[in-house]
Design a binder for this molecule. Structure first.
Ligand SMILES: Nc1ncnc2c1ncn2[C@@H]1O[C@H](COP(=O)(O)OP(=O)(O)OP(=O)(O)O)[C@@H](O)[C@H]1O
Length: 228
């Protein structure tokens, strides 16, 4: 599903974000990426959706070699991925319905199919009564639900999330994590960078810890492993 071999990332200013990372993430995995601030977690996530290119190494995502991918193929790579950010990144001038439907319009799905699918994912995230709202009329937790609905509307094989509960209170964070767990139960791979110790310790999923750009721990039913 996602295979990294000897991946390093050095930014233009000389910052070494990742050094010689190798990891295999398989279909259905639920992977937490933890580690101190500045360790390389966001860079790890950004490489997967080709927001950044590795400086060295091989990266294959959903059977596509990301390392030497022409720019014209990036949209096809991203169609197989759902991406969720800490700050939601919804389109402010579009309604909730349009924010979610937009991802399907881009791939020119038929109108009826869009309606059916948007209904179904909005149901899954528990937001059916907010179709006509604009993002600024929603709470942070609700906005993140919309962002998750948008991420999964095209049935991605992998959902990657960078600190999706970073701006949310503990109770709302749990609501969001239960949605991710449901998505994972249907066979979708989840890769999530997080600083949320309580959630990681309670969920006992696969955990990798990154420190100074290296994977220093890879556990099957892992724990957060750092103080808050
Ligand atoms: N665009 C960039 N240009 C230069 N250096 C960068 C860039 N993005 C990240 N870095 C550097 O790369 C290193 C890893 O950063 P990264 O954002 O991946 O860490 P992180 O583990 O996600 O941190 P946090 O938990 O604080 O979000 C840091 O030293 C950071 O300063």
């Amino acid at each position: 599903m996602i295979h990294m071999t000897g991946i390093s990332k050095v930014y233009k200013n000389g910052s070494v974000a990742l050094s010689d990372i190798s990891i295999d993430i398989e279909k259905g995995d639920f992977l937490f990426v933890v580690g101190p601030s500045g360790a390389g977690k966001s860079t790890f996530i950004k490489l997967i959706f080709r927001e950044e290119l590795p400086t060295k190494g091989q990266l294959v995502v959903n059977g596509r070699n990301v390392t030497n991918m022409p720019l014209s193929e990036i949209p096809y790579l991203r169609r197989g991925l759902g991406i969720v950010f800490q700050d939601y990144r919804l389109l402010p001038e579009k309604t909730v319905y349009e924010n979610v439907a937009f991802a399907m319009r881009v791939i020119e799905a038929p109108r009826r199919e869009i309606q059916k699918r948007v209904n179904s994912v909005m149901d899954l995230v528990g937001l059916k009564d907010k179709f006509r709202c604009f993002p600024n009329q929603l709470s942070g937790g609700e906005q993140q639900r919309v962002a998750i609905a948008r991420a999964i509307v095209n049935n991605p094989v992998v959902v990657i999330a960078d600190e999706p509960t970073g701006n949310l209170d503990p109770e709302t964070s749990w609501d969001i994590m239960r949605i991710f767990e449901r998505i994972n139960k249907s066979g979708t791979t989840i890769v999530m960078a997080t600083h949320d110790k309580t959630i990681v310790d309670a969920m006992r999923k696969r955990v990798i810890a990154i420190e100074r750009g290296r994977i220093v721990r890879d556990q099957v039913k892992g724990v957060y492993g750092y103080e808050d």
